[in-house]
Ligand binder design. Structure first.
Ligand SMILES: [Mg+2]
Length: 103
């Protein structure tokens, strides 16, 4: 998903247009809102009643995951995040997870 967004010129231009139109501050707040919506969608899964449609629930979570991915990509653009720095953090966090899992 991240690669798809970063490697597509069309998507990049679309996200740049969104940042230009609504401004960096608004898009950063929007990012927070979307993360909140994802949190809510995940939490709903633990607050389900009988007869809840699992596929519907999963789709609701995926929808919010995609919203967050789109906003994270805009956050990368707004903050001019160095991809090498992000990669280093990713590797550091994955190594830490591996250690925690006893690997
Ligand atoms: Mg949303």
């Amino acid at each position: 998903m991240k690669d798809m967004m970063q490697n597509s010129g069309v998507v990049k231009r679309l996200l740049e247009e969104a940042i230009d139109r609504w401004g960096s501050d608004r898009q950063m707040i929007k990012c927070c809102e979307e993360m909140g919506e994802l949190t809510q969608a995940i939490c709903k899964r633990f607050d389900r009643g009988p007869g809840t449609d699992d596929a519907f629930e999963v789709e609701a979570i995926v929808e919010e995951m995609v919203d967050v991915e789109i906003m994270l990509e805009q956050l990368r653009m707004i903050l001019k995040v160095d991809p090498a720095m992000e990669q280093r953090w990713l590797e550091r966090k994955l190594r830490r997870l591996m250690v925690r899992l006893g690997g």
